[in-house]
Design a protein around this ligand. Structure first.
Ligand SMILES: *Cc1c(COP(=O)(O)O)cnc(C)c1O
Length: 378
């Protein structure tokens, strides 16, 4: 008899489907026999500007110490974060990407039988880690594609241990202002932890913008997570962190791996925090690219979900899968989000102006092709 190893996996893991990442450039290049340099990837909300020169030079300097273990306490990076954001180092928990921190938080505070609340269409990692540890995920129906914070507060019961709020949310780009988030936090019992995932907060601009860190003193059950993967342009190095009360950070630090962030990643992250110019340019490129895509969608009569992030999800109709295939064949990678329950939408990261233009032209061709096929089939 052969052993069925899958059946030996713990229950939550057996039913798990792995996280679907954006298609890597090299993979598409291999499949289509294309030059990788000719491919435009707008699928993973990466910074199109390339890494900051300050980060690159810090990486160079860090190479000489590759034989050493990294500083497991992340002293330098915590000092830099502390200086920039006015928080104390003992409030910070570093992670191998904020993904790592999200997982550690869930493992520390939820167990089988407990409930974890998040929104429909919210970031895929929340249901994934919840299920992996055997807790029960409660997906609260979205309102206008965004978090229905009132319904989420009402979904909390005695079994609820954790609530995830992505602000802005991925893949919808929806965002709540300070007032709405505070009203929500006021309704959450103190024994329930709220994770406010601010992966895209650097891109926020305008009036009612929330800085989650400013709420930590008033809401001791709040954990804010942030990342260096998006506006800071270091997705490959995997650095993220949470900011919380020192008590919560203390718990998280017991469970995280002792050397979960490597020395190169920490050096780059520490350096980029001092590159104000890089952040400003990243946000400018993003704001311009957003306008470029929005006006192209309007011209093509496509509905989109207004986004506060560095990506936008557009409704391309019920042929979305075919349109995505056509884009791939043209060397343009975007993200289908059927797995999020949005089968008509494609999520497009904001690129450089010429990358956005490549996508817009490829999309126009793809739409035309599908239209012709439709009519031929009718
Ligand atoms: C990209 C993203 C993250 C960050 O992922 P990292 O692990 O830090 O690269 C976290 N939350 C949301 C909502 C995201 O879109």
């Amino acid at each position: 008899m052969q052993t069925d190893f899958e059946s030996l996996a713990v229950k939550g893991v057996q039913a798990l489907s792995p996280y679907q990442p954006g298609k890597p450039i090299d993979e598409l290049a291999r499949e289509l026999g294309l030059d990788p340099a000719s491919i435009v990837k707008l699928a993973s909300n990466e910074n199109p500007l390339g890494p900051s020169p300050k980060a690159l030079s810090a990486v160079q300097d860090a190479l000489a110490d590759l034989c050493r273990y990294p500083d497991g306490n992340g002293y330098n990076l915590k000092q830099a974060l502390s200086g920039r954001y006015g928080i104390r180092p003992e409030q910070i928990t570093l992670g191998n990407g904020s993904n790592d921190v999200l997982e550690v938080i869930t493992r520390c505070f939820a167990a089988p039988g407990d409930q974890v609340v998040f929104s429909q269409y919210a970031f895929a990692v929340y249901p994934l880690v919840t299920q992996a540890i055997g807790a029960t995920g409660v997906a609260v129906p979205a309102k206008d594609y965004g978090h229905d914070l009132e319904a989420m507060a009402s979904a909390i019961n005695e079994r609820t241990r954790l609530v995830f709020v992505a602000n802005p949310n991925n893949p919808t780009g929806t965002v709540h202002g300070a007032g709405a988030i505070e009203a929500f936090l006021d309704r959450v019992p103190a024994r329930v932890l709220v994770v406010l995932d601010e992966a895209y907060c650097e891109y926020l601009q305008g009036g009612d913008v929330l800085d989650g860190l400013s709420l930590l003193d008033r809401y001791p059950n709040l954990i804010v997570t942030r990342t260096f993967s998006k506006a800071w342009g270091l997705a490959s190095l995997r650095v993220g962190y949470s900011v919380s009360s020192p008590e919560i950070a203390n718990v998280l630090n017991r469970v995280r791996q002792p050397f979960n962030v490597d020395s190169i990643a920490m050096a780059a992250a520490t350096a980029v925090l001092g590159d104000e110019d890089y952040l400003r340019r990243s946000c400018e490129i993003n704001a311009k690219g957003m306008v470029q895509l929005e006006s192209a969608f309007r011209e093509m009569n496509l509905a989109y979900i207004p986004s506060a992030g560095n990506f936008i999800s557009v409704d391309v109709g019920d042929q979305a899968a075919q349109i995505n295939q056509s884009l791939l064949a043209q060397g343009v990678i975007v993200r289908p989000i059927g797995g999020y329950g949005l089968p008509r939408h494609l999520r497009v990261s904001i690129g450089l102006a010429e990358e956005n233009q490549r996508f817009i032209e490829a999309l126009a061709r793809a739409l035309k092709k599908v239209d012709v096929t439709d009519r031929a089939g009718a």
